[in-house]
Design a protein. Structure first.
Length: 143
């Protein structure tokens, strides 16, 4: 798939790209870094990425920056999530990306992925995905 870069020209998704997304306040440095793109004959690609500096709510209610080593998103969900490519900057995937990718690749349930946009919080992504599966709506203040 081709997308527009911040400079307006068309560009293709590729491994190593670092993308900003609609991250929550205080986490604007968080990035989606493409580690691999799984392509298929009969379905849309899956963009496999690492998320750097993602917010995660802690047990005491505080929020800390964490790395999500492996996150598979449908191409449509990835496109709906991103804002701009950090052109000229190659991103590095987390050390757990390769293990996560391999575990995902051989999962007997198939190559599942998230089909809803990512907003920074993994727990909200899961809630939105579950709601999409059952056809319900999840409010944006579920954090």
């Amino acid at each position: 798939m081709r997308v527009r870069s911040s400079g307006g020209e068309n560009m293709a998704y590729k491994a190593g790209q670092s993308w900003s997304y609609c991250a929550p306040e205080g986490f604007q440095s968080s990035r989606l870094v493409i580690g691999a793109i799984a392509t298929f004959d009969s379905r849309s690609p899956i963009i496999c990425c690492t998320v750097t500096n993602a917010p995660q709510r802690q047990a005491d209610g505080s929020v800390e920056a964490v790395t999500i080593p492996f996150l598979p998103l449908s191409e449509e969900a990835f496109t709906a999530s991103i804002v701009a490519c950090d052109e000229g900057m190659d991103g590095a995937v987390a050390s757990g990306f390769v293990d996560g990718f391999e575990e995902w690749r051989v999962d007997p349930r198939g190559l599942s992925c998230f089909t809803v946009a990512f907003d920074g919080y993994l727990d909200r992504l899961i809630a939105h995905q579950m709601a999409a599966i059952v056809g319900a709506d999840v409010g944006s203040d579920a954090a």
